[in-house]
Every structure is written in structure tokens, then in C-alpha cells.
Ligand binder design. Structure first.
Ligand code: OGA
Ligand code: NI
Length: 355
């Protein structure tokens, strides 16, 4: 606990620790022995020969193409809960700009970064390492800048850190459009009106978690982000293309999600699993560490109007005698209380709302 506290009070994150010259992994980052043991015995079972589906959105405005894409998105979301998208409409310079902005924020002087360090999760802009520090089994080898773009507290341009202000504004605009496009495809895939999920306000506001995973002195002993399920409706993840690390749990085994420049990773979150009554699947995923370079990623979470008590439950049109509800209705505010009541890697708010 003392080490954790000292780490937090330094406000310099994992990168600060590394820059101070450590050669060995500090204790708080070492994963439990049983977990490491299990990992080493399971290692041979890691799947190398399969890949999450890659879906091409090229010519999506053509009705026949759209139909095909809806099918691909539906199948991937029901089986993997993950897919990659190419030709999604977000220009490459916007993606590259976002990654470089995050790099600049993290690689600038410590004093400037510290100004944003905060444990107050109501802040629209904050820099934090291990927001779940006190509840998780192990501290994670990553620093995160979170930028909230919700209707109520849209960060004004001048609140955003200068190092990534412009790229973040640009990326946010584009990713919101893409998020709505994907919600439309998913609505269609569920047999609903195309604007159903959007009208339910699944994309009202979004939050960017800009992760910086420094190179790790003992990468196999640490974890970048432990196995977890995303709590919101939908996540769009941008990965820097230099370094792999993201893995999804599929049919009981970890599968690497290769970072490819220009490609975005999309995954179904727990709330979409809930409103689709389990038809769409939210899958466990994690990011492993590496020993050579920083890995940068930007997760955009669409989690609905998080400051409101709006109620979500399985969509009525999807229910029938053969398909009774498997989840309860939940007020978003109540769901968030459950989410913040535990660590990311050992706790899932969705579990409280199963019938
Ligand atoms: C997340 C997440 C993975 C990554 O932020 O929820 O899963 O590659 N991130 O950074
Ligand atoms: Ni995640």
C-alpha cells in the first residue's frame, strides 16, 4: 500500500518511474504468481493462426454493399465481439495526428503533465495512471489521459492540453460520426430500424482514453491492461502501428490483434450485450507489455448519457416467448456506481444485472 501511495503521490505515472532509471520491475506491477504460472502453461495454446474479422466499409453507401457489411458486422459482433475496420472514412492524417498528440503529451516535461494528474473522475480532462489502483490485483504498466466529450461537459478547446488539443478535437469529430455509422449497422443487423441505437442515445457523448504503455523492463511479469470487458455500448480503438499488445479472448484462448496503420478496432461493450439481450457479445480483452518501445492507443468509449439516470434494458422488439429477457433494466447512474465499485480486472458491472 505504501508503494502504491508513493507512486500515486509522485503524479509522474509509469513513464516517470521508468525515466527515474529503474532497471527492475517494482513489486506493485508484478502479477500474482498463480497468474504467471497459468500463463506459462497456457502459452502453447495461444492462437497464432486466426485473426479477428477485418471488415471493409468501402462503398458502404451502395445498398447492396451496405447489406453485405451489415451481415459481416453482425456475424463478427455475435461471435468475436471484435472486428477491425478499413476504409472507415477517417483520414489517415487524423489518425496519425491523434497518436502523435498522445505521444507529445506523454513525452513532454513532467511539470506540464502533472498539472492534469487527478483521481477525480468527474473531470473532463485528466491524466492518471491506474485509476483503479486500490482495487485491482496488480498495478498496470500504463499511463492514461482521459478526455470526455459529453454533451454536458464537452471540454472547451482551451481545457484540452495544448500538446494534443487540435488532434483530439479533429479525431473526436470523426470518431463520433463513425460510431453512429456502426450503431446504424448494428441496429440493422439486429433487425431494428437503422436509427434505433442512436435514438436510444448510445452515442450521446464519448470519452477518449489515450493510453501510453512505456517499454517495460520485465515485460512478461507485468500487464498493460488486465483482462476486462468494456462497460459501455461500443468502443472504437485506434492503435499505434509500431507495437502490438492488444489481445482478445476467443474460444478460450488469447488472440493478438495486429496493429495495422489506418485500421480501427471496434468492440461491443457490456451495455450493448445487455440491450441486445445477449445477442451481441462483449468479449474479454487485455494489452500485454513489451520491452522495446512505447505503445500508444486511443480507446473511444460510447457509454450513453452517463450523467443521467436513463434506464436501459433488453430492447422489447428483441424479446419473445422463446427469447425472454436475460438482463434486468438498469439506470445508467446505478450501473456506473457498480462499475466504479471494483477493479477493472476482477469485476464486471454487467454481472449484477443478470436475471
Ligand atoms: C481499454 C482497452 C486496449 C488497448 O482502454 O478499455 O481495452 O490496446 N485498451 O489500449
Ligand atoms: Ni477495453
Amino acid at each position: 500500500m505504501e508503494m502504491l501511495q508513493a507512486f500515486d503521490e509522485a503524479k509522474s505515472g509509469v513513464k516517470g518511474l521508468l525515466d527515474s532509471g529503474i532497471q527492475k520491475l517494482p513489486k506493485i506491477f508484478i502479477r500474482p504468481f498463480e497468474e504467471l504460472l497459468q500463463e506459462s502453461t497456457n502459452h502453447n495454446h495461444k492462437r497464432e493462426n486466426i485473426q479477428v474479422p477485418v471488415i471493409d466499409f468501402c462503398e458502404i453507401w451502395k445498398p447492396d454493399r451496405r447489406k453485405q457489411i451489415v451481415e459481416e458486422v453482425r456475424t463478427a459482433s455475435e461471435t468475436w465481439g471484435f472486428f477491425q475496420v478499413i476504409n472507415h472514412g477517417i483520414p489517415l492524417p487524423v489518425l496519425d495526428g491523434m497518436i502523435e498528440g498522445v505521444r507529445e503529451f506523454n513525452e513532454q516535461g513532467l511539470e506540464e503533465k502533472k498539472k492534469y494528474y487527478s483521481r477525480d473522475n468527474t473531470k473532463a480532462v485528466r491524466f492518471i495512471s491506474n485509476y483503479d489502483l486500490s482495487w485491482s490485483t496488480t498495478a498496470s504498466w500504463r499511463d492514461t489521459l482521459t478526455l470526455s466529450f459529453s454533451d454536458a461537459d464537452h471540454p472547451h478547446g482551451n481545457e484540452l492540453p495544448p500538446s494534443c488539443r487540435e488532434p483530439a478535437i479533429q479525431y473526436s469529430k470523426h470518431v463520433e460520426i463513425l460510431g453512429n455509422l456502426i450503431l446504424g449497422l448494428l441496429s440493422d443487423g439486429l433487425g431494428l430500424e437503422a436509427d434505433s441505437l442512436k435514438n436510444m442515445e448510445c452515442s450521446k457523448g464519448h470519452r477518449l482514453h489515450c493510453h501510453y504503455y512505456p517499454p517495460c523492463p520485465e515485460p512478461e511479469l507485468a500487464i498493460g491492461i488486465g483482462n476486462h470487458f468494456d462497460a459501455g455500448f461500443l468502443t472504437i480503438l485506434l492503435q499505434g502501428h509500431a507495437t502490438r499488445g492488444l489481445q482478445v479472448m476467443h474460444e478460450g484462448q488469447w488472440v493478438d490483434i495486429e496493429p495495422v496503420r489506418g485500421t480501427l478496432v471496434v468492440n461491443i461493450g457490456d451495455l450493448l450485450q445487455l440491450v441486445s439481450n445477449g445477442k451481441l457479445r462483449s468479449s474479454g480483452h487485455r494489452a500485454v507489455c513489451n520491452g522495446f518501445g512505447p505503445r500508444i492507443s486511443v480507446a473511444c468509449f460510447f457509454s450513453g448519457p452517463v450523467n443521467e439516470a436513463k434506464i436501459y434494458g433488453p430492447i422489447k422488439e428483441l424479446l419473445s416467448h422463446e427469447n425472454p429477457p436475460v438482463y434486468k433494466e438498469v439506470a445508467l447512474s446505478e450501473y456506473l456506481v457498480k462499475f466504479f465499485a471494483g477493479g477493472l480486472d476482477n469485476h464486471r458491472a454487467l454481472d449484477y444485472f443478470k436475471l
